[in-house]
Design a protein around this ligand. Structure first.
Ligand SMILES: NC(=O)N[C@@H](CC(=O)O)C(=O)O
Ligand SMILES: [Zn+2]
Ligand SMILES: [Zn+2]
Length: 379
């Protein structure tokens, strides 16, 4: 089966390229192709309403499954709400799509351990998300005291083999914005793992050398991390070059170049502890280009091209497929996808924006040229 992507890709002329020693690249005419097992997105914001309908086709055309974040307004704090949200995602899918949303619950101070039992029983919920209260977009209902308020829930999560996904930043206003992840590792993550060594934990969207090193070296086999394209490709200069760049603003905020390099090394090392999580987080343009702009970068339409770019530039294209398509399902104990997706070396331009009746969304790398272009899925 061949499926054409719904995106307005604009192929330009591409020179033939050579990749020695990479098994899964084959030459098709003058263009290089890269065929991968269909990837999944282990950290995705799909929103709801019109925004959901607008962005969902972009993820569904590339990814087989996605872990869907629960930070809606109001947040998804119950299994019943997660099941209803899943139904609205399935309803909004293009008719020929096999995309599977994997739902999550938003952890609160008042969640009961029974909710975890219900979540497991539903078969719809695959993880619980920890937002420290005030850390990021729609986190005001998040956790104020993890050890004081949530231990019984965390213990039930161990019982039910339910992973905890963490937005790993402390919110103490005395801690510098750029140090919040580092401090979270020391003051929350390490004590959490010591206290509950059987809890599966994913440190979401890691941004620092500290996090990369901690995850790589941690003997706790149940700790993993997702990594976004922006934290692999951009450093904090991208926030300020040529004037303030609101479309490069996300949380945790971009860090300095040495951190970016450490994350690239960790991800391309072949470690199974890192996997793809775009953190694609759409906000309308007017909410980004505002006197109090929202955090979140919209990457879904270009994410796979960006990950290919990172691995190619690191000389590690042979490690790309494990990162995009194997490590995530292996960690979650889910089967790997069987269908394939092909990327073609055919430069194309990222649209300057995507326009919808309610407004427009500016993607990451808007207007720039990318090398790898997803071209079709095949079974
Ligand atoms: N990453 C972001 O900057 N924003 C995310 C929330 C999050 O993942 O922290 C969002 O929902 O907009
Ligand atoms: Zn987050
Ligand atoms: Zn996120």
């Amino acid at each position: 089966m061949t499926k054409t992507l719904v995106l307005p890709f604009q192929p330009l002329k591409s020179p033939a390229q050579k990749f020695e020693g990479v098994k899964f690249i084959r030459r098709q005419g003058p263009k290089m192709q890269l065929t991968l097992t269909q990837p999944d997105d282990w950290h995705l914001h799909l929103r709801d309403g019109d925004l959901l309908k607008a962005v969902l086709p972009h993820s569904a055309s590339t990814f087989g499954r996605a872990i869907v974040m629960p930070n809606l307004k109001p947040p998804i704090t119950t299994t019943a709400a997660a099941v209803a949200y899943r139904d609205s995602i399935l309803k909004a899918l293009p008719s020929n799509s096999n995309f599977i949303p994997l739902m999550t619950l938003y952890l609160t101070d008042t969640m009961s351990p029974n909710e975890i039992k219900l979540a497991r029983k539903s078969g719809a919920v695959y993880a619980v998300k920890l937002y420290p209260a005030g850390a990021t977009t729609n986190s005001q209902d998040g956790v104020t005291d993890l050890f004081g308020k949530c231990l019984p829930v965390l213990e039930e999560m161990v019982e039910q083999d339910m992973p905890l996904l963490v937005h790993g930043e402390v919110t103490n206003p005395d801690v510098d914005m750029f140090d919040r992840e580092k401090v979270f590792i020391e003051t929350v993550l390490k004590p959490l793992i010591e206290r509950l060594p059987k809890l599966k934990v994913v440190m979401e969207h890691i941004t620092t050398a500290n996090a990369a090193k901690f995850v790589l070296s941690c003997e706790h086999a149940l700790l993993a991390a997702t990594v976004t394209p922006q934290h692999l490709l951009l450093n904090r200069n991208s926030l300020f070059q040529g004037g303030l760049q609101p479309h490069n603003y996300c949380l945790p905020v971009l860090k300095r170049e040495t951190h970016r390099q450490a994350i690239v090394s960790a991800v391309t090392s072949g470690s199974k502890k890192f996997f793809l999580g775009t953190d694609s987080a759409p906000h309308e343009r007017r909410r980004k280009e505002s006197s109090c702009g929202c955090a979140g970068i919209y990457s879904a339409p270009i994410a796979l091209s960006l990950y290919a770019k990172v691995f190619e530039e690191a000389g590690a294209l042979d490690k790309l497929e494990a990162f995009t398509s194997f490590n995530g399902p292996d960690f979650y104990g889910l089967p790997r996808n069987t269908s394939k997706i092909t990327l073609q070396k055919a430069p194309w331009q990222v649209p300057k924006s995507f326009t919808f009746p309610f407004g427009d969304i500016v993607p990451m790398f808007a207007g720039e040229t990318l090398e790898w272009q997803p071209c079709f899925n095949s079974d």
